[in-house]
Design a protein around this ligand. Sequence first.
Ligand SMILES: *[C@@H]1O[C@H](CO)[C@@H](O)[C@H](O)[C@H]1NC(C)=O
Length: 329
Amino acid sequence: MRMRNLLLVLGLCLVTTISYSKRSSAELRRFEHTPTTKGNDGGSVSFLVIGDWGRRGQFNQSLVALQMGVVGENLDIDFVVSTGDNFYDNGLIGEHDVAFEESFTNVYTANSLQKQWYTGKGDAEAQLSPLLRKIDSRWLCLRSFVVNAAELAELFFVDTTPFVEMYFTNTEKHTYDWRGVTSPKVYTANLLKDLETALKESRAKWKIVIGHHAIRSIGHHGDTQELVDKLLPILQANNVDFYMNGHDHCLEHISDPKSPIQFLTSGAGSKAWRGDVKKKNREGLNFFYDGQGFMSVQLTQTESTIVFYDVFGQVLHRWDVSKQLHLAI
Ligand SMILES: *[C@@H]1O[C@H](CO)[C@@H](O)[C@H](O)[C@H]1NC(C)=O
């Protein structure tokens, strides 16, 4: 090829349009992702999902990054999704923290990863700074937002941290920056309302909700009861296909017994092997892996494929879903 094609692809990536538009009803910021690298394959979207990763390459972060590069190339991915907790141990100290480059820019160096990174908010406010985009233009991190990918898939990023009551009651162990969250009750109620509106308006074939905390997990933190009570009913009522999260440093796949929703944890971007796996509440469990790795998602109008990989790029688990083509009403 290869050099010319490669340059072409890189050039196209740079002009990949991320335009910002706001709809009247929903308050969530919206981004249009138009994949430009695929040509005429009839409409498909593919991306990688990783979480809980920033440790300056340590704890196998570099190995995971290397394999993401390989899989990203094979699948010709459109973008990367991060499920949050991006910088350890305590997030970025400020927007000039060198950890940003040491744990992000200098680790995910493969050509195929030079795409937009849509990142859910982790633990520290500095990650939201627009300045970071000047240091590395791949970075896009907001509290809650929506990405519309070629009208095929819509990704709804939800800031799940204010839902977790423990963070407000047990402030000794957790220091969080709550700027803009005056009352968690009001904040989460508004967020849920905005999400519900956006889900109802969505015409996308695949609806994907992404948060940092798990709804269902048999890993260290287990289920997040606040999300089971407040978020899950909205997802079940609005034909959501996947809920993706990090927080537990593992890979797992659980099916919702009450709906077609698949719960997918990809929080194994660096430190893992916690060795804490719950024996109870295992209904719907398809797959659990305690070590490092990541996930890929491939979507077409009728098919979706989810694959989990370990640090060697070996496939650990694969899940295919087909949807019938329905005529628009
Ligand atoms: C890195 O990955 C290998 C293979 O899964 C594992 O044996 C090793 O313990 C991991 N290292 C760390 C620090 O987690």
